[in-house]
Write a protein of this length. Sequence first.
Lengths: 288, 132
Amino acid sequence: MAIIRNRQIYIALIIALVLLGFGLEQLGYLSPLTDLVQTFVAPIQAQMTRTADFVSGQVEQTTDIRELQERNAELESLANSLMVENVRLKDLERENEILRQLLNYTRNNPQFTYQTTTIRGRSIGREPTNLLYFIFLDVGARDGVAKDMPVITDRGLVGRVTAVGPNSSQVLMLIDPSSAVNALIQNSRVTGLVKGNIDGTLTMERIPPGEEVNPGDIVLTSGLGGNFPDKLVIGQVTEVTQRDQDMFQIARIRPTVDFGKLETMLVITSFEPVDFEAEIIEAQESEN
Amino acid sequence: MVLVIAWTILSDLEDGLTWALVGGLSLDFLSAAPFGIFTLALILVAIVANISHGRIFGSSIVLPLGFTFPLSILFNGSALLILNVLGRPVVWLDAFNDIFLPVAIFNTGVMVLVFPPLYYLYRRLHPQPLSF
């Protein structure tokens, strides 16, 4: 009870002092006292203000740095995503260019039906040894690809399909030593056989002696033998030789297709190679 | 192939044959060549490389370097010989000049880089007991 009474007296006293101070201040009697107090307090106040400003500045700087860091991270992330987007767009542009070239080729050669394909992956899409020249495509029997179908790019003949899986196929390239294509020189219509070499080059063999073949002549498929359609570009003659002991002339051919940079190709799915052996057997059976 | 030669020289024929099997099967699965050719060729390489087993220079780089060149030719030559027997046309002189020789030189260079770390690895896996 005594405590409560003391507290009430204390509160009343404070209120009275505040009211007294207010009255004295209004009447102007308090200013000497406030001036005296401010004289002593001002330097401390100034120092405290500086300290407070300094701390506040530091806090603000820390906040700014954090904001800048966050902003920087956001910008870096944006730059990275833009870079990835840029790479993707460049890739799309390149692919678009290739597809446009292939489209032009298919428009100029409407007699065939085509199946577009790409190498499944450069590292696993190629023959791992250096003794054979094969590539593996990401289209197979499910896409309508069959054995012996020709594979081309807009620049010319790549090779033919030698094995087909459900979703992939194996292509024997023109430059493989086991590849042989009946060909002709575009201008002179001289025929021969284009074979691959183990060093990845092409030679045209069995060119009849006396026939004029010159460096720069364009070599096309002749369609003879029925294994390939005619008029597909193979390459350009770079050198013609005929040794005394040889019956035929031999020409070195520079392929128009860059076999080291094959990406998107076309499989001519409408072309059906002629199987002479099967036809002969069939004819013999029908005769019997 | 370089790994098969190096490990066979460092270790023994069993280890060499294991690597030959792993490497050969990997090549055979990825290649368009008839299955088994490269495994056979690598097994042959491991067997010939094992001739060096226990020789005086077995732990130095001299022997693997000396072996890599002829064994590279043996590997490619035996693989191509099998392909030839199976009906693939081969011009041997061109194959030697354009494939065997450059590959043998390349593999010898690779052996210079590969053998020291393999030797270190082999010694870590098979520490030799001290003898007095």
